[in-house]
Write a new protein. Structure first.
Length: 371
């Protein structure tokens, strides 16, 4: 399998990585079989976390005989130095049956306050740096779903890698974060590459950003199928090809079975770039026209209007042509745009200086026109 350099770590990682969540639902024997098959097919990057049930233990068991031939990445969800040092790192070392971990990432850093806490003198980052000085871990990374916050994090120079969600319908990371990481030589790891594609390789996504069963969740399945195809594995193939075409280092997929591993590896092995037709169809390298919301989460509406969510749906409507679904979702909201008092707090806080109030009103008019 193709290998790419994981930023300044110098590690050569397989373009397909192993995501450790789904094997939680498998027996120890089944999970070990899936992990070992991934290794046999050339996958050498295995990502897990202490928060993922017994995932670390199963991966540690499967890879103990080939430990020096693989790269193991885990995460700590603790925010303080004491918790991360005493509970996080030691437990992970024991679970993974190793005396060192290649990469430990701060887990789920999705807002600036959490980042500030984790990076404070008594924060988890200081524990990771101490563990690195002792030879317990080699590199330090950060993970999250907010490219705005992650960009600020890697600009500090403290992180060797960044793990972020990125897929056809969630491409904000490609605007600034991925180019910035490339410039700073920070390794780029992608999660949720199949977000929204459904099928056997899919599992529920954070905040139900993209629903995996269009036949049940999408009022007009044709809108979904237009992007991802009818059959589950075909959806996975299209989604994976789109992500592999970007300047990223590895894509971690959550595998449940040997069959899924074999399929994903086949897609990666056959990938030689997107065709011109694919680039045009997926608007490769394009972003929604300005002004558009990057979902940085800085704005907080005192009336409880879910600003980033509503403006995301507007992107679905205007940029992707997914209209019926967005209209149906808006109808479910308890607090709609007409509750806006136009206090202007959101616009004062927006780092992108967006005319949020006007954008919300335009979005509501579009979505209500579907009635």
């Amino acid at each position: 399998m193709e290998k790419r350099k994981l930023g300044r770590t110098g590690l050569e990682v397989s373009v397909i990585g192993f995501g450790g969540i789904p094997i939680i639902a498998r027996s120890r024997k089944e999970a070990v079989q899936v992990v070992k098959r991934a290794y046999e097919l050339g996958i050498n990057y295995f990502d897990t976390a202490r928060a993922y049930g017994d995932s670390e233990e199963k991966i540690g068991e499967a890879l103990k005989d080939v430990r020096d031939e693989v790269i193991i990445a885990t995460k700590t969800h603790q925010r303080t130095r004491e918790d991360a040092a005493r509970a996080g790192i030691r437990h992970s070392l024991r679970n993974l049956q190793t005396d060192r971990i290649d990469l430990v990432q701060l887990h789920g850093i999705d807002d600036e306050n959490t980042l500030k806490k984790a990076m404070s003198p008594d924060g988890a980052l200081s524990a990771l740096k101490e563990a690195r000085s002792k030879g317990l871990i080699d590199f330090i990374g950060i993970s999250g779903h907010n490219p705005y916050v992650l960009s600020k994090a890697i600009e500090t120079g403290e992180f060797d890698t960044v793990l972020v969600s990125f897929n056809i319908l969630d491409r904000v990371a490609a605007e600034k974060l991925i180019p910035l990481a490339n410039e700073l030589d920070v390794g780029v790891v992608i999660m949720k590459a199949l977000g929204g594609c459904g099928g056997p390789l899919e599992f529920p996504q954070r905040n139900a950003r993209f629903l995996g069963k269009p036949e049940l969740d999408w009022p007009d399945a044709s809108e979904f199928i237009r992007y991802f195809g009818q059959e589950g594995m075909e959806r996975a193939r299209r989604s994976l090809r789109f992500v592999l075409a970007h300047n990223i280092d590895t894509v971690i997929l959550g595998f449940r079975s040997v069959e899924e591993v074999e399929y994903a590896v086949k897609v990666a092995d056959e990938f030689e770039g997107l065709s011109e037709e694919e680039k045009e169809f997926y608007k490769f390298g394009e972003f929604p026209p300005e002004p558009y919301c990057r979902e940085c989460g800085v704005c907080k509406c005192p009336e409880g209007i879910r600003i980033p969510v509503i403006l995301r749906w507007d992107q679905f409507y205007t940029f992707y042509g997914i209209k019926n679904w967005t209209g149906s979702q808006y109808e479910k909201l308890n607090v709609k745009v007409n509750m806006c008092t136009e206090c202007g707090e959101c616009e004062e806080k927006c780092p992108y200086n967006l005319p949020i109030i006007k954008m919300l009103k335009n979005t509501e008019a579009r979505l209500l026109s579907l009635r």
